[in-house]
Design a protein around this ligand. Structure first.
Ligand SMILES: [Zn+2]
Length: 306
């Protein structure tokens, strides 16, 4: 079956109910992520310019960290842009995996930033390098603290309003990142007090924050490339389906392609169930699952006879 209009996916996909409220909230969450990323980008760039002109490696590390966070947010939007491309016969599942490929690139860039920050810090420590314009460095670190705090507050307010766990977690991340900027600040205050080693030591501490981002991004990308999902998804899907009238037993599998959660369900029904009834049962399962698993964008239903 192939329709000439619309995507191949739309022509063959099992019908899912339209949850308009969720779509509106997702748009608000995306807008908050975009504004947060823009704020962090400005913060990171101001820090980078001051870091390069003052020679502060602590501030350099903090700037690279903030810009790494921006690149992970940017990845979400690359995913949205690419996944709009319609599935074809050559790519029947669409183009969403492009986001995971881009994720590998982002992970490499973040680990490279961590290596750069570490190398510059160690080199400065060994060479007893000096920090010129340490006062400007202090201003840069203060921008880092302020930028992260403002972004954290903003994400928290929007996250609480639309009840988005992701956004609230993101807010906590930005709040913690203000500590990284505070570390860079501490190093520069140390320099002003005469301890020239304080800046490279702060640089090494800040490097650990970049490694943390790198680890999170890498683990997430590898999990998705291995078709991993949270175990909760499977148990929720099977429990929800088993609750639907006519379903005796259910087995689920699920995986992500980009931001699309694809759920495949085998449902055991009574042997005398007609094809039309089995289809109706499948629709009932889809309707309940769409609420239980809001990320589910694709559902496959196979009815089996008990
Ligand atoms: Zn961060």
């Amino acid at each position: 079956m192939h329709q000439s209009t619309g995507s191949r996916d739309a022509a063959t996909a099992f019908p899912l109910p339209d949850l308009a409220d969720d779509a509106a909230e997702r748009r608000q969450a995306n807008r908050a992520i975009a504004w947060g990323a823009a704020g962090l980008a400005v913060t990171g760039l101001v820090e980078l310019v001051i870091a390069l002109s003052s020679g502060s490696v602590g501030l350099l590390g903090d700037a690279l960290h903030n810009l790494s966070d921006v690149s992970t947010s940017a990845l979400v939007f690359v995913g949205f842009a690419v996944s709009k491309r319609v599935a074809s016969e050559r790519y029947p599942y669409g183009y969403e995996r492009a986001e995971d490929l881009a994720g590998i690139g982002v992970a490499l860039v973040i680990w490279a930033s961590a290596a750069l920050a570490a190398v510059e810090s160690i080199r400065k420590l060994i060479d007893h390098g000096t920090t010129t314009h340490a006062v400007w460095g202090v201003v840069g670190a203060a921008v880092g603290i302020l930028g992260n705090q403002v972004v954290a507050r903003y994400k928290l307010i929007v996250g609480m309003r639309i009840n988005s766990g992701t956004l609230v977690a993101d807010a906590k991340h930005s709040w913690l990142d203000a500590l990284s900027s505070a570390g860079a600040l501490l190093g520069l205050v140390g320099v002003l007090l005469g301890a020239s080693w304080a800046d490279p030591v702060a640089g090494l501490a800040v490097t650990l924050f970049i490694c943390h981002v790198g680890w999170e991004v890498t683990a997430d990308v590898l999990h998705r490339l291995m078709d991993g999902v949270d175990a909760d998804v499977i148990t929720t899907a099977e429990a929800t389906a088993s609750d639907v009238d006519g379903v005796r037993h259910a087995h689920a599998r699920a995986r992500w392609t980009g931001r699309t959660l694809r759920v495949e369900m085998e449902g055991w029904v009574d042997a005398d169930t007609t094809t039309a009834q089995a289809d109706a049962i499948g629709r009932a399962v889809a309707a309940r699952l769409a609420r239980a698993l809001p990320d589910m964008r694709s559902f496959t239903w196979s009815a089996r006879a008990v």
